[in-house]
Design a protein around this ligand. Structure first.
Ligand code: BG6
Ligand code: MG
Length: 220
C-alpha cells in the first residue's frame, strides 16, 4: 500500500523546461550557434553541468573546466531571472487537487528534484506547505538515473521504498525510481517512458484511488 508520493519538479509540477531552454539558447547564441527545441529534449532531467556538456557538444565547442563553470553560472543567472516571474498560474493542471487528495488520505509527500533552484520555484508556486520533505540538487552527490535522490527522500519521510510512488517526466528519472525499488508513474508520453509502471498524460482526473487501482493491477 502506498504510504508516500515523491514528485519530480521540472516537467511534473511546472513546465520550467521553456525557461531552461531560453537560458541555454541565449548561451548558445553567445557562443555562436543555434540551439533547437528538439535538442533541448536531451537536457530534461539532466544536471546543470551535464546539460552544459551536451550543449557544447551540439555546438562543437570545447571549453576548459574553468570556462564551463563561468558558462553554467551565466546560464543560471538568466534562468533565475526567468523563474523570478513564475506564479501559481503556471502550476500544471491537476497538480494541486492531487496534492490535496494525498494530504487528505494521510499520504506523505516529498520533492526529489535535480534542480538546485527547486526551493525558489516551490516558493514562487506557493506549494511548499504540501511537502513533508524536499531533496534537491544541492543535497545529492549522484544524479538521476542513480536512485540516490529517491532513496534520500524515502529516508527523510521514514517510508520504505516499496511503499513509495514516484512521479517523473524524464526517462532518467523513471530509471532512478525503478532502481530505488519504487512504483513509477511517468508523466507524458509512453514512447519516451517505456520503463514506467504507468504513464499518464497529466494529473487531471487522477487521484489516490486511481493510483491504488493501478498498483493493485500491477503484476510485480
Ligand atoms: C532538472 C531539469 O529538474 O534540473 C534539468 O529537468 C535541469 O533540465 C536540472 O538541468 C538542474 O537544474 P538547475 O536548476 O539546478 O540548473
Ligand atoms: Mg523532470
Amino acid at each position: 500500500k502506498t504510504a508516500a508520493a515523491i514528485f519530480d519538479l521540472d516537467g511534473v509540477i511546472v513546465d520550467t523546461a521553456k525557461y531552461h531552454y531560453l537560458a541555454w539558447k541565449r548561451l548558445a547564441a553567445e557562443l555562436g550557434f543555434d540551439f533547437s527545441e528538439a535538442d533541448n529534449e536531451r537536457l530534461k532531467g539532466v544536471s546543470r553541468m551535464r546539460s552544459l556538456e551536451i550543449l557544447l557538444e551540439i555546438g562543437g565547442v570545447t571549453a576548459t573546466e574553468q570556462e564551463k563553470t563561468v558558462m553554467a553560472a551565466k546560464k543560471n543567472d538568466w534562468y533565475l531571472q526567468y523563474i523570478q516571474k513564475i506564479t501559481p498560474a503556471e502550476l500544471l493542471p491537476g497538480v494541486v487537487p492531487f496534492l490535496e487528495d494525498l494530504r487528505a488520505r494521510g499520504i506523505k509527500v516529498a520533492l526529489a528534484s535535480a534542480s538546485k533552484n527547486a526551493r525558489v520555484i516551490l516558493s514562487r508556486l506557493e506549494i511548499e506547505p504540501y511537502f513533508d520533505a524536499i531533496v534537491d540538487g544541492n543535497r545529492v552527490a549522484k544524479a538521476k538515473p542513480d536512485p540516490e535522490i529517491f532513496l534520500t527522500a524515502a529516508a527523510d519521510l521514514g517510508v520504505v521504498p516499496a511503499h513509495c510512488v514516484v512521479f517523473e517526466d524524464a526517462a532518467a528519472g523513471v530509471e532512478a525510481g525503478k532502481k530505488a525499488g519504487m512504483f513509477v508513474v511517468g508523466i507524458g508520453d509512453r514512447r519516451n517512458l517505456p520503463e514506467a509502471d504507468l504513464v499518464l498524460p497529466g494529473f487531471p482526473g487522477f487521484d489516490y484511488e486511481a493510483l491504488q487501482a493501478a498498483i493493485g493491477a500491477d503484476p510485480e
